[in-house]
Design a protein around this ligand. Structure first.
Ligand code: NAX
Length: 327
């Protein structure tokens, strides 16, 4: 039998964790013929709740689930990990300054990056979901000097899927007809959803929607969808976030479909003027377990401005964590 893949999930007792773990264990993360072992990492106060979730996972009798271990320290949690889903983070609470948020998350993602550096398997692939996801991924990557930086990614896929859904609804199209969507930048309200190269059943999206709809409805609706979900549900996106994490890792490992691309947050190689190392939403394909940024796109002035806005925001966060001595 194939050796099980070790999947470490942090924040396993949280609401995204609850929506994510059952799908991983059922084979949706890696494929329906790939056995998995789950390694749940939580803070000590939440270990009991994680044990409860593990009991429910046991009760599903998933054929592909070959073990569940629960940890409250990163070295043990990431020992032998092939995939790391970093979901647990310090949320912004009322009155919290951005510098406090960055410092608190630096205190989580720095040690987790070091543990990944020292303990994870050589083929480790990391997706950071916990916010601020792009900068948390940057911190984790910078704390793991022995792991190639391109193994640390941040989740932009929920934004990407939201953009596809909004466009499909507008045009009364099937989501599967929509190809080559892009959400540039940061998983924040600064993000720049972009349909410049998107096709809908083979036709350019730009021929089907007008600029006013894009600027006044599409971009703000996608960028502020997280807040709209909180307003409606009284809690932040959970199942859709878990779904996007599954999509991101599945495509990374198994490859993206021919003729399409998706949006991961990946370490910039300098493409499109994004400073090297910043973890940024790019149009990308995956092949052989590696993301490749789609090259050579001509960018409109609107897209260039959107990219620059995101560069500015992420550079500011990066410089702030450096000034605080987190890295
Ligand atoms: P919850 O508060 O339900 O769960 C978070 C869990 O993380 C808790 O069980 C907590 O004990 C655990 N945790 C905290 N610090 C930890 C540490 N150092 N090690 C291990 N576990 C730790 O939040 P949930 O709704 O699950 O959201 C998790 C994160 O995802 C948040 O940061 C949230 O902002 C972020 N999101 C990111 C999205 C994205 O697209 N990138 C979208 C959804 C979501 O908002």
């Amino acid at each position: 039998m194939t050796t099980p893949v070790n999947v470490t999930v942090t924040g396993a007792a949280g609401q995204i964790g609850y929506a994510l773990l059952f799908r991983i264990a059922s084979g949706q993360l890696l494929g329906e013929d790939v056995p998995v072992k789950l390694r749940l990492l939580e803070i000590p106060q939440a270990v009991k709740a994680a044990e409860g979730t593990a009991m429910e996972l046991d009760d599903c009798a998933f054929p592909l689930l070959k073990g569940i271990d629960i940890f409250d320290n990163p070295e043990a949690g990431f020992d032998g990990a092939n995939i790391g889903l970093l979901v647990g983070a310090r949320p912004r609470t009322k009155g919290m300054e951005r510098s406090d948020l960055l410092a608190a998350n630096g205190g989580i993602f720095g040690p987790q990056g070091r543990a990944i550096n020292d303990k994870a398997a050589d083929d480790i692939r990391v997706l950071v979901v916990g916010n601020p996801a792009n900068t948390n991924a940057y911190i984790a990557a910078a704390s793991a000097p022995d792991v190639p930086a391109d193994r640390f990614t941040a989740m932009m896929r929920l934004d990407h899927n939201r953009a596809i859904s909004q466009l499909a609804t507008k045009l009364d199209a099937d989501v599967t007809d929509i190809k080559k969507m892009t959400v540039w930048g940061n998983h924040s309200a600064d993000q720049h959803p972009d349909v410049s190269y998107t096709t809908v059943a083979g036709k350019p999206a730009l021929d089907l929607v007008d600029e006013a709809w894009l600027a006044d409805y599409f971009v703000p609706t996608v960028a502020k969808r997280g807040a709209a979900i909180i307003e409606a549900r009284g809690a932040s996106s959970a199942a859709s976030a878990a779904n996007a994490a599954i999509d991101h890792i599945y495509d990374w490992v198994n490859g993206t479909p021919e003729g399409d691309w998706v949006t991961p947050g990946i370490a910039s190689d300098g493409s499109y003027g994004v400073p090297e190392g910043l973890v940024f939403g790019f149009p990308a394909t995956a092949e052989g377990g590696e993301w490749k940024i789609v090259q050579g796109l001509d960018l409109s002035e609107t897209t260039k401005a959107g990219i620059q806005r995101n560069i500015d925001a992420l550079v500011e966060e990066r410089d702030e964590i450096k000034a605080m001595g987190i890295l």
